[in-house]
Each structure stands twice: as C-alpha cells, then as structure tokens.
Design a protein around this ligand. Structure first.
Ligand SMILES: CC(C)(COP(=O)(O)OP(=O)(O)OC[C@H]1O[C@@H](n2cnc3c(N)ncnc32)[C@H](O)[C@@H]1OP(=O)(O)O)[C@@H](O)C(=O)NCCC(=O)NCCS
Length: 157
C-alpha cells in the first residue's frame, strides 16, 4: 500500500494551473468558465476550499469545495491522467470531506456528466448516491447526474 500524497490548500499561484486542468479535463466541449480569475477568487474565498496535490512542482490533482449552510458543494475535481488510478483522487476527496466534516457540513453534493463513467464509479466507490439525471445540464449540451453523500446521519423525511 502506498502512502497518500500530500494535499495542500491552494495558493494564488495555483490558479492558472487549476484553470488549465479544468479546461482540459472537465470543461472540454463546453465554454471555459473556470478561468484563472475565477479560480483565484475561489482560492481567496473563506467559503471555499481549493485543495491541490503537486509533485515536483507540477499540478497533479485539485478539488474545489464550496461551503453553503449545512451542505457543501464539490464544484470541480480532477486528477492528471498520468496519475489516475493510483488513489490520488481518493486522497484529495478524503481531505476535502474531512475539512467539511470539521466545518460542520452535513452533506456533500455534486454533479457529474452522465456519460462520465470514471467519475460516477469514483464517487459511488466513495459512498455518493445518484439522485437524478438532468437533461442537458451542461451548457445545454451534456446530460448530468446529481449525487450526494451524507457526512452525518441523514434526518428523517
Ligand atoms: C474521476 C477521477 C477524479 C478519479 O481520480 P483517480 O485518482 O483516478 O481515482 P482513484 O485512483 O482514487 O480511484 C478510486 C476508485 O474509484 C473508481 N474509479 C476511478 N477511476 C475509474 C475509472 N476510470 N473507471 C472505473 N472506476 C474508476 C475505482 O473503484 C477506483 O478504485 P480502484 O482503482 O482500486 O479500482 C479522475 O478519473 C479524473 O480526474 N477524471 C477527469 C476529470 C473528472 O471527471 N472529474 C470529476 C467530475 S467533475
């Protein structure tokens, strides 16, 4: 078993690399909405955690989580293709979930493209359940699936 890679809070100098990775791995085929200035605002925001993994100076993975009232929203998440399937994504997700738990978050929500089998399998593996499939959720182009995970026991409905 290999040790988890070190996960850090991003600093302003990470913004350009995070934005570029988002454009390539997440927003491909869609308008590029997470440009460096938007990522920089997220890094600076007290309501958002931007986590990064760097190896030898190169950005390997990142995750952006926004804190709402009781919920947190996992907004963007990616691992560089050369580092996938080595547990890096799992380490970043655990780090973000632990931070959210410490902040009192009850539930994490996220959306993924419906045809993103890797992401859906990854989140399922981490205890996220699929809630609903939304047609043309991504800029009217791709269908999406909403997912959630309770970090505390869910209230009775
Ligand atoms: C989804 C993603 C973040 C997973 O990161 P990762 O570091 O490769 O994930 P891990 O190595 O921690 O995988 C943990 C488990 O998730 C599942 N999983 C991960 N990638 C998978 C894939 N391509 N196909 C099927 N299952 C997968 C597996 O169960 C895996 O365990 P295993 O390798 O022992 O079988 C990565 O594929 C990625 O960055 N994709 C492009 C961007 C993206 O889709 N982001 C998420 C939507 S915003």
């Amino acid at each position: 078993m290999t040790a988890d890679p070190p996960v850090h809070l991003a600093s302003a100098s990470d913004a350009a690399d995070v934005a570029e990775m988002s454009r390539e791995l997440i927003e491909h085929g869609l308008p590029w909405s997470w440009r460096p200035s938007r990522v920089a605002r997220a890094i600076a925001s007290p309501e958002t955690n931007v986590a990064v993994v760097r190896t030898q100076g190169r950005l390997v993975a990142f995750g952006i989580m926004e804190y709402l009232e009781e919920d947190a929203h996992l907004v963007l998440f990616a691992v560089h293709p050369s580092s996938q399937r080595r547990g890096v994504g799992s380490a970043v997700l655990r780090w973000l979930e632990e931070s959210a738990r410490a902040a009192g978050t009850a539930r994490v929500r996220l959306e993924a493209r419906w045809d993103n089998v890797a992401a859906r399998s990854f989140y399922n593996e981490h205890g996220y359940r699929e809630l609903v499939i939304k047609s043309r959720m991504y800029s009217g182009v791709s269908d999406g699936v909403r997912m959630e995970k309770w970090l505390r026991i869910a209230p009775e409905r």
